[in-house]
Design a protein around this ligand. Structure first.
Ligand code: HAM
Length: 431
């Protein structure tokens, strides 16, 4: 719709109709089921936060903070931002709720919902997109990293998504990373600066890690011989990473070590990972995450180590196997008003027994009503014509073989529930 004629949706923002909205519901339900088996509970945090939260966590030098945030002043002139990711908000919430001090043991939360990044929209990349996000806060055990990755892997398998690759790297810690950064800076200072892209020429000094995952062919060629993170891991980081790899191997989860995997957010240390697919176009990452020890302290809270991930729901939706849309159990029709009042009552009685029903509101000829019943794809049709209405009866039609039977309306709910093999819903369900 053009802007002069009406209000259109904003570029990069989508309306989710079925079947896509059904796919989202399915992913959320599957996530809830799997994550609760691992001790995770749902946390819902606000969509809007003070801008400083993201500057201090994601990093002032990152693309997300520099170019992609929806930031604006509120009515009191304070800078606020629509969340570009969930981790920072979850950390803020845990600090405020006193859950980051480690006294209550690890805190495990999942968060689902919309995130906002002002990126160039394309297939699998939106300005409002949805993440399923999991965080485990309060432990530096490599068992937590491995368990979290295994959980992500189970979740993706339970969704029926195949052909994914798990990539892993270890970014080291505050002890060993500075020496690595120095080695990388030295290496980058020695390459032909003109062959680096403009962004990387700038980043080589300020944020050299990002040069490693630049997509430009020239930069990639120049960094092929760059020092590798895991070769600079200190003994503790090495042991940590080896344990993660061993536990994943124990579960038959194969991972590819990717020396360029540095992630686009600044809070990571040690284990980092991404799950990629070769079937969804240029935006290949369906999930990403890692460890972020030190993040809560950076936000002014206790120093709690943590590890987490987020999946992009739009990208997962592109990979989900198709599921046949749910069809109603019963479609109810009546050619005239007297019968329609009775179909209204019958439909409610059927729904109380757990059947999915659709009611035709209009009258019309038997032929036109049957056409509508067929279009609804319902398994059965209930017809209350003038004679049936007068006698308190209903005709039940099997839409697959056309067989019909007339019975008292009072018997119809039990008969249909039996036919559709439904068990009655709880008796407290509105009587
Ligand atoms: P991220 O890699 O920025 O990590 O995003 C995670 C996933 O969100 C990506 O792999 C992708 O599937 C999806 N995604 C990101 N941007 C878009 C977009 N513009 N359109 C569609 N999908 C997108 C994080 O957000 C971290 N907070 C993950 C994490 C949690 N790390 C630790 N805990």
């Amino acid at each position: 719709m053009s802007e002069s004629r009406g209000i259109s949706r904003i570029k990069g923002f989508a309306d989710l109709f079925p079947p896509e909205s059904d796919a989202f519901t399915r992913m959320e339900a599957c996530g809830r089921d799997i994550f609760t088996r691992y001790g995770f509970a749902e946390l819902r945090t606000p969509l809007l936060e003070f801008t400083g939260l993201f500057q201090r966590s994601i990093g002032a030098e990152t693309d997300v903070v520099q170019k992609e945030m929806y930031t604006f002043p509120d009515r009191k002139g304070r800078s606020v931002t629509l969340r570009p990711e969930a981790t920072a908000g979850v950390m803020r919430a845990c600090i405020e709720a006193g859950l980051a001090d480690g006294r209550g043991g690890p805190q495990r939360f999942f968060t689902m919902g919309p995130m906002f990044r002002y990126e160039r929209p394309q297939k699998g990349r939106m300005r409002q997109f949805h993440q399923i996000n999991c965080e485990c806060l309060g432990t530096e055990s490599p068992f937590a990293d491995a368990e979290l990755i295994a959980m992500l892997w189970r979740f993706l398998a339970a969704l029926g998504i195949r052909g994914l690759t798990l990539k892993l790297n270890s970014l080291g810690c505050a002890t060993c990373r500075p020496a690595y950064m120095e080695a990388l800076r030295r290496y980058l200072a020695g390459v032909d600066q003109n062959a680096l892209c403009e962004d990387c020429r700038r980043r080589a000094g300020s944020n050299p890690l990002r040069v490693l995952d630049c997509k430009h062919e020239g930069c990639r060629r120049l960094t092929e011989g760059a020092p590798r993170l895991i070769d600079h891991n200190c003994p503790d980081c090495k042991r940590h990473f080896d344990t993660v790899l061993e536990l994943l191997a124990q579960q038959g989860i194969s991972a590819e070590i990717d020396h360029r995997l540095v992630r686009g957010l600044d809070y990571y240390c040690r284990t980092t990972f991404e799950v990629v697919s070769g079937h969804i176009g240029a935006q290949t990452a369906v999930a990403g995450g890692g460890r972020y020890d030190g993040l809560t302290a950076q936000l002014g809270g206790p120093d709690a180590p943590g590890v987490g991930f987020a999946c992009g729901m739009e990208r997962l939706a592109l990979l989900l196997p198709e599921v046949a849309p749910a069809r109603p159990d019963c479609f109810l029709v009546a050619p005239d008003e007297a019968g329609r009042v009775q179909t209204f009552a019958l439909a409610e009685a059927l729904r109380k027994l757990g059947l999915a029903c659709e009611l035709e509101y209009a009258g019309g000829s038997f032929k036109s009503l049957m056409r509508k019943a067929a279009r609804s794809s319902a398994r059965y049709c209930c017809i209350i014509g003038p004679d049936e209405a007068a006698e308190g009866r209903v005709t039940l039609r099997d839409m697959e073989n056309g067989e019909q039977a007339t019975l008292p309306q009072a018997e119809a709910p039990a008969r249909l529930a039996d036919l559709c093999a439904k068990t009655p819903s709880s008796p407290n369900h509105n009587g």
